[in-house]
Design a protein around this ligand. Sequence first.
Ligand SMILES: [Zn+2]
Length: 230
Amino acid sequence: MYVRRVSVFVLISVLWLGCLVLLWGCGGSVPGTNFVAKDEPWRNAEESSCLAAGAVRRTSSIQPHSALGGPSVCGTEHPFEMSAAMGGRVVMRPPALLRCPMIPSVDRWVAEVVEPAARFHFGSSVAELRVAASYSCRPMNHVSGARLSEHGYANALDVSAFTLADGHTITVKGGWNGDRQERAFLRAVHDGTCRHFTTVLGPNYDANHRDHFHMDLARHGRDGLMNICK
Ligand SMILES: [Zn+2]
């Protein structure tokens, strides 16, 4: 009797440990079709508190959108479609699908970085941003088997060009090593972007980013507060 109890206890312990090892082994990961995603509870918590705080005001250029993703780990419950920043003054083309915390960050970035840089370097307002990517359920840098990109959580925006009110368009691809004015403008925008997002990647980072600025609100480092600005 005693022996049988001990064997049941051992069996349960082994099964329990097995589950634990399995979870640790995967790092709580959920293998996707072509990416790996971690279980990160902060994402839902952050989205909920952003929504509860009313951080996004519905306007003609910022509209709620139906849930993205699901049943996969991709997406977000309450995304928004952002077709312009600064109260409709700066058009985003095509409109971006973004989760709640991204909307005020993009808005502030346009108002406090892009617009002042356009005025300083060209004496003109910014009128339009070319959106190269927003929500996209894919691995980082499209590399199969890599971690799910922040784009997969609608937590990232790629911008490839800026059109001014006078019609002048500055592309990241052509201007990064272009004339003095465009180079200075794009570097000012790149550096300023790092004040508003936790990850900023541009042409100096790698060839994948030679034609756009990537910005997202991922959490980096142990405390989640580290910034990546490249
Ligand atoms: Zn990107």
